[in-house]
Design a protein around this ligand. Sequence first.
Ligand code: FAD
Length: 354
Amino acid sequence: MIGAGVVGLSVAWQLLERGHRVSLVDPALREGQPPGAGSTAALGLLMAQVFRRSSGRGWRLRQQSLALWQRWRTQLEQRGHHLPFRPGLLQLATTGDERMAQQRLVEQRQAQGLPLRLLEPEELAALQPALPAGAAGGLFSPADGQIDPLPAMQALLSDGQRQGLQTHPNAVLRIERGPGPAATRWCVHTEAGSLVSPWLVVAAGLGSPALLEPLGHQRPQSPVLGQALELQLPPGCDASAWPGSVSWDGVNLVPRPEGRLWLGATVEPGLSSGTATALTALRELGGHAPAWLREATVVRHWQGLRARPDDRPAPLLEQLEPGLLLSSGHYRNGVLLAPASGAWAAEQVEQEGS
Ligand SMILES: Cc1cc2nc3c(=O)[nH]c(=O)nc-3n(C[C@H](O)[C@H](O)[C@H](O)COP(=O)(O)OP(=O)(O)OC[C@H]3O[C@@H](n4cnc5c(N)ncnc54)[C@H](O)[C@@H]3O)c2cc1C
């Protein structure tokens, strides 16, 4: 396994759970993820049932992942790990058209037996602290929610180590096809030596294309930067009274303990630092920030990169050749889709043996 972001850790943990031996290689295992990585920057929103489509691969992966996160949390918590999860997602409509689209989505989900419902403007107006005044309505999804990415990754890693996960805190320089039989068909060269294995999963986010290109696999991905803020809300203002996280015009407001709130994230192309203009638009909710949000003080500002596939839909879950799996390009939903990616990888490995 190459890559110890949320996707790589999920693949590794799922393989271990199903009885496979796993080695995980990533310099982040020694010094934490570099600023360019995505997982430590993520807000952890799990947006599955509010997804606009009701069929196809994206829909199936999201539903599978939401169910798996629930199962994985239970399993890991039974083993003494703590994975903070806040259920509920309130998606606000900014226009009448959006409100109509929400109404159609709620009807579809209710026909599927899923618990989405519309919130009336009066219900929204009664919420404290007050939501942006321009909200034309909103829908509430009790099954979606938010998981804290860092404790979740820590739980997957330490429970994996308990199950025998071998960690190698090194950068992979090169992958080679091995000379011999299936047991040695992949050779991974790191700065500290080489490893051979019958299967190799590349889950190195934006680092994946450079590892695969010399093998003849072109899977270009572009960096999309996201900035986020942690805010301390004014005294007496506590967003944990909301029924969950709130989503407004693509910006997420995630209630945090001790009167704090995460606000994010911007969507900016490229590798460089985020722009002040995008940060200001985020901070002011595009001009709709209520007074309490404008008065909040910034406690922390961070940014991270998402990997967006250039010419294929996200995520890239592919067996590129026998024994070589790619699990990357999760773009804006890597935390949500990590368990389904793990289950997919385990199925590929087990199908060969069956
Ligand atoms: C601001 C922000 C907010 C987000 N919010 C959400 C959200 O609310 N919900 C959601 O689902 N998603 C969210 N995302 C997206 C999510 O963070 C990503 O989709 C996800 O983290 C991708 O995980 P990953 O493991 O594939 O990649 P990464 O986290 O980038 O991990 C890749 C790992 O590979 C390692 N690596 C790279 N090259 C090599 C090499 N040569 N050798 C060894 N190791 C290597 C790196 O060190 C890194 O640790 C957000 C992203 C950002 C930036």
